[in-house]
Design a protein around this ligand. Structure first.
Ligand SMILES: [Fe+2]
Ligand SMILES: [Fe+2]
Length: 286
């Protein structure tokens, strides 16, 4: 097969779904220090299901609040701009992540479950280690494997060859991606985010989650995404044919003082209730 460049793949795939305009508008507003909760409301109320979601989450996060939170302005003030941004992005990507990925042998919903589990763990770790920008980490972890959505088409075309490579040579799946196409789902994911104009801070965790030593700027998000992905894989959640022994990058663990053996086991124990609770998977976990 002729090799395509990353740009060509992105341009060719008609299927890179466009993110609704509203998402970029919400991102812009939440990143602009001059905007107000009322500005954000004026955009969000144009989308009924997003409005309902933000209100529902505000009410469940502020359970016990003296009265029902009924406006987006109030919800935005209570939840904060960054949380509203995360909710908006996560609502918008659900459809994309929910797809079946034949190139990875993943049924419908599997990548969504994997991504959400990873995001829930990332949020937990972010809080536990008092890291800034927890919302950003949540979103990065949610999107970390987004490149697989497109990669799947190409892996499917070469499925037999890929499986052979992986099985005969004991090759990590990601290496088979590189061999077949010349790039992997991480690079492709980062490109998709660029195309969607998503915040730059999401780029590194998506681009380097299998190769964290390459991180430069957003180290906390990158390392936490990497660790959370490894834990999600260890738990066997949303695995496809690429399920493999995940090599944990030791400096990532060291950064947060996690010991390789007991540290990870302890975290798995701590999160086990959270990830077996279906409610945690209901869109956005606060
Ligand atoms: Fe990945
Ligand atoms: Fe993953």
């Amino acid at each position: 097969m002729t090799r395509l460049s990353l740009e060509q793949v992105i341009d060719r795939v008609q299927d890179v779904p466009a993110l609704p305009q509203i998402v970029n508008r919400v991102i812009e507003l939440t990143e602009d220090p001059n905007s107000t909760a009322r500005d954000i409301e004026s955009v969000i109320i144009k989308d009924q299901s997003l409005t309902a979601r933000v209100l529902r989450l505000a009410n469940s996060a502020y359970y016990g609040y003296p009265r029902r939170i009924s406006t987006i302005t109030e919800a935005t003030i209570l939840l904060g701009f960054q949380t509203v941004k995360s909710i908006t992005i996560s609502a918008a990507v659900k459809k994309v992540l929910f797809k079946k990925l034949p190139g990875y042998g993943m049924p419908e919903g599997a990548l969504w479950k994997h991504s959400q589990t990873c995001a829930i763990i990332a949020r937990y770790l972010g809080k536990k280690f008092s890291v800034k920008n927890i919302d950003e980490i949540y979103t990065a972890a949610l999107l970390h494997d987004i490149g697989k959505v497109i990669m799947s088409y190409y892996m499917e075309e070469n499925y037999d060859q890929v499986i052979k490579m992986v099985q005969q040579n004991n090759m990590p799946f990601i290496e088979a991606e590189q061999q077949i196409l010349g790039f992997d789902h991480c690079q492709l994911g980062a490109k998709m985010c660029e195309k969607w104009n998503l915040p730059y801070a999401l780029m590194e965790p998506i681009a380097y989650h299998h190769d964290p030593q390459r991180g430069v700027e957003n180290i906390d998000s990158l390392y936490i995404t990497h660790i959370s992905d490894a834990i999600t894989m260890t738990l066997g959640i949303g695995l496809g044919v690429d399920g493999m022994a995940y090599e944990l990058y030791t400096p990532a663990l060291e950064r947060f003082g996690i010991s390789e053996e007991e540290g990870i086991e302890k975290i798995i124990l701590e999160i086990s209730d959270m990830i077996s609770d279906e409610q945690s998977y209901d869109g956005y976990h606060l």
